[in-house]
Design a protein around this ligand. Structure first.
Ligand code: FMN
Length: 287
């Protein structure tokens, strides 16, 4: 089941969704056995931004009938902190490292890509375009024209494979994927979380989450993720990394059959940290 994801040779098609598996913390708990039993064929970092971010005020998670709404707010140490603290630890993982980045404008994204381009520990970059545009309030990646402009400005900043992580919060994801393909992306990943609201039962009309709205993930979004994967696979030739509510090998198989080359396990790892390993093993058995 080995796959070639834009030059990255992966032993099998199961990776993690950004921000859903803290391998540094897991290593602290499980020690070297974490590396030996790592269920992923590549590891995707949590999103890093140019400057450190504290993230959103609590509460940050709300459990829903089939998944959760998170409003974590991308807390991270910033580029310098990532390079100093996280990268040396992630670089020793036994699989290729994909660093996920996000910026609120082309200048920030360009600086991130340029700085990481020089780091041989980083095998590929994933660009999260779910950042809201300060002027329109819409995700930067929700508009094909805006994504084209962003990629035209930053694509030349790195020669590493660039995976564009599309936002599902858009009218037509296939048009955005086509814009990514035409603007030099090497692969696309989808879906990120769907914008969602958790009502506070004690305060009618008010948000339960500290950050206001959040992002729905888990089995509740699987059918949407599958529809978007089919639409994108029909529109572009680039490799697709698909995710959204994958909780079993049968789920994973549906995304692969829909045209994905690689699948990512996200929310299911919070419910059961061993889930990705079981999905990988069952896929291998079925192949
Ligand atoms: C708690 C949490 C944190 C996340 N953090 C990030 C992140 O830092 N960057 C990113 O691109 N996606 C992030 N995501 C989105 C996931 O990578 C994934 O795209 C999404 O959750 C859908 O997959 P799932 O339903 O399997 O979780 C996060 C999701 C969750 C639930």
């Amino acid at each position: 089941m080995a796959v070639d994801l834009c030059g990255l040779e992966l032993a099998h098609p199961v990776i993690n969704g950004s921000g859903t598996f803290d391998v540094i913390a897991a290593r602290r708990v499980f020690g070297p056995s974490m590396d030996e039993n790592l269920p992923f064929s590549a590891f995707v970092s949590k999103t890093i931004t140019l400057e450190p971010r504290l993230g959103n005020p609590p509460p940050r998670l709300f459990e829903t009938a089939a998944g959760m709404i998170n409003s974590i707010g991308l807390p991270n140490r910033g580029l310098a902190g990532y390079l100093e603290h996280d990268l040396p630890q992630l670089a020793t993982l036994p699989v290729p490292l994909i660093t996920n980045v996000m910026g609120s404008n082309a200048d920030e994204v360009g600086q991130l890509l340029e700085a990481l381009d020089g780091r041989e520990e980083v095998a590929a970059l994933e660009l999260n375009v779910s950042c809201p545009n300060v002027k329109t309030g819409l995700d930067i990646g929700s508009d094909p024209a805006e994504l084209t402009k962003l990629l035209a400005a930053v694509r030349g900043k790195t020669s590493k494979p660039l995976i564009v992580k599309l936002t599902p919060n858009t009218a037509n994801v296939a048009l955005v994927a086509a814009a990514a393909e035409a603007s030099g992306a090497d692969a696309v990943s989808l879906i990120n979380t769907l914008r969602a609201f958790a009502a506070d039962p004690a305060r009618p009309g008010k948000a339960w989450l500290g950050g206001g709205t959040g992002g729905q993930s888990g089995p509740a979004i699987r059918a949407v993720a599958l529809a978007q994967t089919c639409a994108v696979a029909a529109a572009i030739e680039l490799p697709i990394v698909a995710m959204g509510g994958i909780a079993s090998a049968a789920n994973a198989r549906q995304f692969l059959d829909a045209g994905a080359l690689v699948i990512a396990v996200g929310t299911e790892s919070f419910r059961d940290p061993a889930a990705a390993g079981a999905i990988r093993d069952e896929l291998l058995e079925l192949s």
